[in-house]
Ligand binder design. Sequence first.
Ligand SMILES: *Cc1c(COP(=O)(O)O)cnc(C)c1O
Length: 225
Amino acid sequence: MATDLARNLARIRERIDAACLRAGRDPGEVRLVAVSKTVPAEIVEAGIEAGLTILGENYVQEAEAKIESIGRTRAAWHFIGRLQTNKARYAVRLFDLIHSVDSFKLARELDKRAAGQGSRQAVLVQVNVSGEATKGGTALDQAAELVDRIGGLPNLDLKGLMTMPPFFDQPDRARPYFASLRELKDRIGPPLVELSMGMSGDFEAAVEEGATLVRVGTALFGSRS
Ligand SMILES: *Cc1c(COP(=O)(O)O)cnc(C)c1O
């Protein structure tokens, strides 16, 4: 298992770097978020030993147990799942970056909880570029306003945008969604720098379209049971 992990990691990193070269980008701009939902703590630990530096978790309780066993500082912990407002106070305690802020209500709660523990919380705004009802995220035409309002919250650091395109067998079909997110980021400008986009099936297309954080689970850890 550990050797598979190291091999998968090396292969994914090569593919990210090659996609950067094709797009004329510096490979140093793209970081890999290893999506460790459902992956047991021992395997996540082996992953850290193999060189993973960022873990992405979808469920607060699962992440809390894993962070307890592995430690808070051996890697960065990112939250990428749907976050309920009533979990905000756990989230600010656990995560270095929350990718999935999709409402001002949630942002305001995170801001309040960060203030309460005397910290600042780094966040991304999740945008539902496709408009699919099953996807989280704020609507594309409301994203700029949400970014603006979050900019007024003193304890949040807004770093960028995140999206999940519809699932396609051909990764090229996800490309227009990635391009739309990049265009939105460019249009809004600072403080937005990060673009969290691309998963196991489509991360190369996402990198070619400007991703700075790719969220890869299956291609790294194998299929989830
Ligand atoms: C599970 C998940 C991923 C990783 O998906 P894979 O296809 O396993 O790489 C990425 N982003 C989010 C938001 C997820 O929930």
